[in-house]
Write a protein that binds this ligand. Structure first.
Ligand code: SF4
Length: 379
């Protein structure tokens, strides 16, 4: 068994950098040594055989966390400079410290063994084949250089796409990341409107959005963003931002706000499920091109109807994909926002028929009878 340095495993499952010296930028350390600690989510450690345990749903992406105690002060984040949450936490997931060479070997083995089952419905480690690596990187002076060191090592070991979720400070930073082999870059906008952005992240929403959109224009189809639902935004502001992001060619990953002990928002409640399901539905129908933002009717900021015939809308939602984890391909983030057995904001696997019926009914945009009738016929 490889070593994993655990602070504590809480659950068995599972988010302008100072410029570097030119010589360092051109020559990352030959040894591949990182300047900061590297962690992997508990579910990733189990999937890679670095930790013993059982998961109902294993990750289809290997999630890594680079650095800790970010220089930013986001009110929801366990890694924020203002947070007193434990060092190895991000959202509700625990991230043990891992040894780089053992991680690389685990990734090499996990991506080279034959795949014996589907990629989204796992049946244990033997059946798992990871499809992506995602590095969640905190914003610190050393982070960019560490990413430029780490990404080529991961690509060499695993040969699968690498996403990086990071706050670049210039388009030049982005160019360096893509040059190093990053396949997709996630630049989280997080908040859906200017007021909430200022409250929970500090700074100006419009500037953050302008930077995100300029990255999207320059690197068409290779930029993702994260939107946290449940920070107090209206559904209207979330839908308008999602539509703008999709229009810019961005991939949108939705997160349900999750209170983490030790953060400024530890007492804020997670979103009401109807609110979350309506935003998921909006994202999905917008992505399919079945409706434009003008086809949504809002009352007091809530979606009250969508200009798509009932039967067409329910059929479009019948696969359940709208309610699975959204974001980069093969990103399933198991239990990132939810406790096993509790409300599943983002399903890390395909839904059962009953789960689909319930999820669509939870939107309260169509009656449960209509949903049952469309999906299950006369049953
Ligand atoms: S959508 Fe998933 S894989 Fe992509 S950057 Fe976000 S967390 Fe990583």
């Amino acid at each position: 068994m490889s070593r994993v340095y655990m602070d504590e495993v809480r659950m068995v499952s599972d988010a302008p950098t100072s410029d570097v010296q030119t010589s360092e930028r051109l020559h990352p350390p030959a040894s591949g040594r990182l300047r900061q600690q590297l962690r992997a989510s508990t579910g990733t450690c189990i999937a890679l055989g670095l930790l013993k345990g059982r998961c109902d749903d294993l990750p289809t992406t290997a999630y890594l966390l680079l650095g800790e105690r970010c220089s930013n002060a986001c009110a929801f984040c366990a890694q924020s400079s203002q947070s007193c949450a434990e060092a190895g936490m991000l959202s509700r997931v625990s991230w043990p410290v891992v040894d780089l060479s053992e991680l690389l070997e685990g990734l090499r083995l996990a991506t080279s063994r034959p795949q014996s089952s589907g990629v989204t419905r796992q049946e244990g480690i033997g059946g798992l084949k990871l499809q992506r690596i995602c590095i969640q990187a905190t914003d610190r002076a050393e982070t960019l250089l560490d990413l430029l060191t780490l990404v080529p090592l991961l690509k060499q070991a695993a040969g699968i796409p690498v996403s990086v979720s990071f706050r670049p400070h210039s388009l030049k930073d982005i160019a360096k990341l893509f040059d190093a082999g990053v396949d997709r870059l996630g630049i989280a906008i997080d908040a859906a409107d200017p007021e909430i952005y200022a409250q929970v992240k500090g700074g100006r929403f419009e500037s953050a959005k302008a930077f995100l959109f300029s990255a999207a224009s320059m690197y068409g189809g290779k930029i993702s963003t994260h939107i946290i639902v449940g920070l107090g935004e209206t559904e209207e502001s979330a839908v308008r931002l999602i539509a703008e992001c999709l229009g810019m060619g961005l991939t949108v990953g939705l997160f349900a706000f999750t209170p983490v002990k030790g953060t400024a928002l530890e007492s804020h409640r997670p979103p009401e499920i109807g609110h979350y399901r309506r935003v998921q539905t909006a994202l999905y129908l917008l992505k399919l091109g079945m409706v434009s933002v003008d086809g949504f009717c809002f009352r007091d900021g809530m979606i009250c109807s969508i200009d798509v015939p009932e039967s067409r809308a329910i059929k479009a939602l019948s696969s359940g994909e709208a309610f699975e984890t959204s974001g980069c391909e093969f990103c399933n983030r198991p239990y990132y926002n939810e406790r096993p057995g509790s409300v599943m904001y983002n399903y890390p696997r395909p839904l059962t028929k009953d789960e689909v019926v319930q999820a669509i009914a939870d939107t309260r945009l169509w009656s449960k009878e209509a949903v049952r009738h469309e999906l299950l016929g006369s049953q």
